[in-house]
Design a protein around this ligand. Structure first.
Ligand code: HEM
Length: 139
């Protein structure tokens, strides 16, 4: 059900940030199963959020769900490798605005709230993602 993409070099360096150390943060997300629930709910939210859903239309949401799970698991030191593409190239033609970036963050916060991830742990993940704003936002 995933669509093919142009060839690229797979590397954890494509994940856009370095992972945390230790198991504490992943535990706060209720392990890999909890983290996968967060990503599933996050993807459901961003693809239906009327403020940003149009950006995701006609894109491969099966692949997005898989690669986001890998990326977040890698960043939370869950023992996954990120096999997706690098943040700059994947977002470069999407015309993402700062407002849209912030709406997506709100949807992630809602997904973490639903999983009852403690606030401090939520902020640790958001801090890892914050520097990705520069490569992702292009207008
Ligand atoms: C820190 C924030 C973000 C992260 C961590 C992130 C992560 C990712 C990842 C892992 C992929 C898939 C890479 C691959 O297919 O190899 C992706 C694709 C995509 N992202 Fe983001 N993203 C972020 C922000 C955004 C925002 C704000 C938007 C738009 C509102 C957006 C729209 C998209 C779209 C439409 C795709 C599919 C592109 C394609 O299939 O060619 N992303 N993103």
């Amino acid at each position: 059900q995933e669509q093919p993409v142009d060839p690229y070099t797979q590397s954890n360096a494509n994940a856009g940030a370095s992972p945390v150390t230790g198991a504490t943060l992943l535990e706060a997300f209720h392990g890999k199963a909890g983290l996968d629930r967060v990503v599933d709910d996050f993807v459901d939210r961003i693809t239906t959020d009327p403020r940003i859903a149009d950006v995701f239309k006609s894109h491969d949401i099966v692949r997005l769900r898989r690669t986001l799970k890998e990326q977040f698991c890698y960043l939370l030191n869950g023992g996954c490798d990120y096999t997706g593409r690098e943040m700059t190239s994947v977002h470069k033609d999407l015309g993402v605005t700062t407002a849209e970036f912030n709406f997506l963050v709100e949807d992630l916060q809602a997904a973490m709230d639903r999983e009852q991830v403690p606030f401090a742990a939520q902020n640790r993940l958001l801090a890892l993602l914050a520097p990705m704003k520069r490569p992702i936002v292009t207008r």
